[in-house]
Ligand binder design. Structure first.
Ligand code: PLP
Length: 427
């Protein structure tokens, strides 16, 4: 089967040809590439072409594709039975490994996706506080639960409007949308509405609308204001958890949130999400408490096995130093390539997360991301596909370096980018 024939067939039987919209290449030229198989930093498409992959399934594959230890763990679990719908030992083992890495939380509940983790954490925050109001920031993504598919209203309106068809406008009355990096807006919102806020949710390193690295003081303000108003602080670490450091972003920032949401890496490539918190809050979850949340496949043995094997390997001494060094090498190379070609670009990086933006400075606020520059990213994306380098198919998405990427992969990538940018400046 070829990429082209699969795409034609996919478009007939799947909405937009895909099961998740960004995969459809609507933001970049050309048609999607169908992955046939993958190993380490590379994948091969259905036409037999090989690429260095910087999407890495959007983050879960921190060890690279088809890691042999993760594969073996999943195969062992599969041989013992794919799903029980009853307690099994790997749930306990993964919970213990997880809590060992985020010791400020006492308990964790496993679910099946990041969206489900966030949706459940919001319900828990509302059940715990007895309040309805949620605060989120423009430029943070928290999955596709109704109450979070909200965008800023026009003008000075604090309460948002649905960002998707199918979300009742009534729901958005319970979600306030504020700009990132704006202490004054945050303070005035809490001065007026603080006593009604159940939770403020934020990606501690926002990585879903570019990489909008926040000033630590802003995140500390989020912590202070929620605490002072009896609201919960939720760190959405679905991307950053076990990616930017052994326990995610919270320990690096030295900020303890009330709840954390996780996904991606803790499933090692299988569908897993999790939410975690202190005992007094987690006690409110069913069956101990009144906040209902359940799942037929939650704690699935294969998914737990993949997560366990992944966490174990990321616990090796120097694991995150190595990732940091690779991320730094790539960012340096890309920055130099752009400078040499005379292309205005900034490479924003946080550990092994990177984002190339064709503007002179790194934005911290979604309003400062220049949407009109995204066609430049599209041209780069298309040129790099021909060079055998696969970037995420949207200029708003970040790139992921895995432990399997080698210095040779990074060199090859930088050279491909340099060739592409130099051709532009010659044209
Ligand atoms: C990916 C992501 C989600 C949603 O996770 P899914 O598994 O895609 O449902 C939520 N929050 C953040 C920060 C994410 O990066």
């Amino acid at each position: 089967m070829s990429n082209a024939s699969l795409w034609e067939r996919a478009c007939r039987v799947l909405p937009g040809g895909v099961n998740s919209p960004v995969r459809a290449f609507k933001s970049v030229p050309g048609d999607p590439v169908f992955f046939r198989d993958a190993k380490g930093s590379h994948f091969t498409d259905e036409d037999g072409r090989s690429y260095i992959d910087y999407c890495q399934s959007w983050g879960p594959m921190i060890l690279g594709h088809a890691d042999s230890d993760v594969q073996a763990a999943v195969e062992e679990a599969l041989a013992e039975g794919a799903s029980f719908g009853a307690p099994s030992r790997r749930e306990v083992l993964l919970a213990e490994a997880f809590l060992g890495r985020v010791p400020f939380f006492d308990q964790v509940r496993f679910v099946n996706s990041g969206t489900e983790a966030v949706m459940s954490a919001i319900r828990l925050a509302r059940g715990f506080t007895g309040r309805d109001l949620i605060v989120k920031f423009v430029g943070c993504y928290h999955g596709h639960a109704d109450s979070l598919l909200v965008e800023a209203g026009s003008g000075l309106a604090t309460f948002g409007t649905p960002s998707s068809a199918g979300v009742p406008a009534d729901f958005t009355n319970h979600t306030a949308v504020l700009p990132l990096d704006d202490d004054a807006a945050l303070e005035s919102f809490f001065a007026e509405h603080g006593g009604k806020v159940a939770a403020l949710i934020v990606e501690p390193v926002p990585a879903n609308a570019g990489l909008l690295i926040q000033r630590p003081e802003f995140l500390q303000k989020c912590r202070q204001l929620t605490a002072a108003n009896g609201a919960l602080l939720i760190f959405d670490e679905v991307i950053t958890g076990f990616r930017v450091g052994p326990g995610g972003a919270a320990p690096l920032l030295d900020i303890v949130p009330d709840l954390g949401t996780y996904g991606k890496i803790i499933g090692g490539g299988l569908p897993v999400g999790a939410y975690a918190g202190r005992q007094e809050i987690m006690d409110h979850i069913s069956p101990n408490g009144g906040v209902y949340q359940a799942g037929t496949l939650s704690g699935n043995p294969m998914a737990m096995a993949a997560g366990l094997a992944t966490l174990e390997k990321t616990g090796a001494p120097g694991f995150y130093d190595d990732l940091e060094a690779k991320g730094a090498l790539l960012a340096k190379g890309l920055t130099e390539a752009a400078a040499t070609a005379g292309v205005t670009a900034t490479v924003v990086r946080y550990g092994s997360l990177f984002w190339t933006v064709f503007q002179p400075e790194a934005p911290r606020n979604f309003g400062d991301v220049q949407g009109d520059k995204m066609d430049i990213y599209g041209r780069l994306h298309q040129a790099l596909l021909n060079e055998g380098v696969y970037l995420a198919p949207s200029g708003y998405e970040v790139g992921f370096v895995s432990a399997a990427h080698t210095e040779a992969d990074i060199d090859e990538t930088v050279q491909a980018v340099a060739r592409t940018l130099n051709q532009w400046s010659d044209a």
